[in-house]
Design a protein around this ligand. Structure first.
Ligand SMILES: [Mn+2]
Length: 252
């Protein structure tokens, strides 16, 4: 039986990442996958990239990993680019789009946001048709088959849903910028990797308290732009300190 920790949306929050890595170590889980958004928002994108590269077996690209390296006149993004430096920025653009493998007879697909785009955002309350579209194959996929299990990040809210046709949909939640409750979130997946034979398959959701005030101090000391909004999100788990009114206002 393989056990894989799946984490996502760290966003430069090293205290949260360290707490999660320590929890993973305590559980004797040795394999880790990362579903993207390593950088931006928090003050330590550089250390986050280094830690994730060192500890994670596979890493896919998130929307922030995709746009932060691009040339821009945004002061905030320029600040994160300075922190990261050239080599890490180039590394972010080498990250693949998707992880696909058979686990205990299920075709499992893991990506950041949707099978079609890093920027298509699907919420647990969206209509069923939209959620079912997460199982579809796209031009990015290795195998043009409909997935049985899909895991993603992007929305910073952990959930599990059992959908029609025996589909299992989960979201890992966010390590560094959770928007459901103020504890780091990740998932442990259990099954036999590479096996097309149906067998037991498990998902476990883990929430890890971490030192939020240390993360706040790091943000203050870094003099990063938009620190106040970030700090509010860490302390309240509410996007920009408010419940989003419109889907379009919501850009985690
Ligand atoms: Mn994100």
């Amino acid at each position: 039986m393989d056990r894989i920790a799946i984490l996502s949306d760290i966003h430069g929050n090293v205290p949260a990442l360290e707490a999660v890595l320590e929890d993973i170590r305590m559980r004797d889980v040795t394999r880790i996958y990362c579903l993207g958004d390593l950088v931006g928002k928090g003050p330590e994108s550089d250390l986050t990239v280094d830690l994730v590269r060192d500890r994670c077996e596979r890493i896919v690209r998130g929307n922030w990993d995709d746009f932060v390296p691009n040339v821009t006149d945004s002061k905030t993004i320029n600040w994160h680019q300075q922190v990261l430096g050239k080599e890490r920025l180039a590394f972010l653009h080498t990250l693949p789009f998707v992880i696909e493998e058979y686990i205990s007879g299920r075709y499992v697909r893991l990506f950041h946001a949707s099978p079609r785009s890093l920027y298509e955002r699907i919420q647990p309350w969206d209509e069923e048709e939209k959620r079912m579209s997460l199982f579809a194959a796209s031009e990015w996929m290795m195998e043009q088959v409909t997935a049985d299990v899909v895991g993603y990040g992007d929305i910073h809210q952990a959930y599990l849903q059992h959908l029609p046709e025996g589909k299992t949909l989960f979201n890992t939640g966010s390590v560094g910028n959770p928007l459901d409750l103020t504890q780091a979130s990740y998932v442990i997946l259990e099954g036999v990797c590479g096996s097309k034979t149906p067998g037991p398959f498990g998902l476990q959701f883990v929430r890890v308290p971490y030192d939020i005030e240390r993360a706040v101090q790091l943000a203050v000391r870094s003099a990063m732009p938009e620190a106040e909004a970030y700090i509010n999100e860490l302390r309240t788990a509410k996007y920009r300190g408010l419940k989003p009114k419109l889907q379009e206002d919501y850009h985690p």
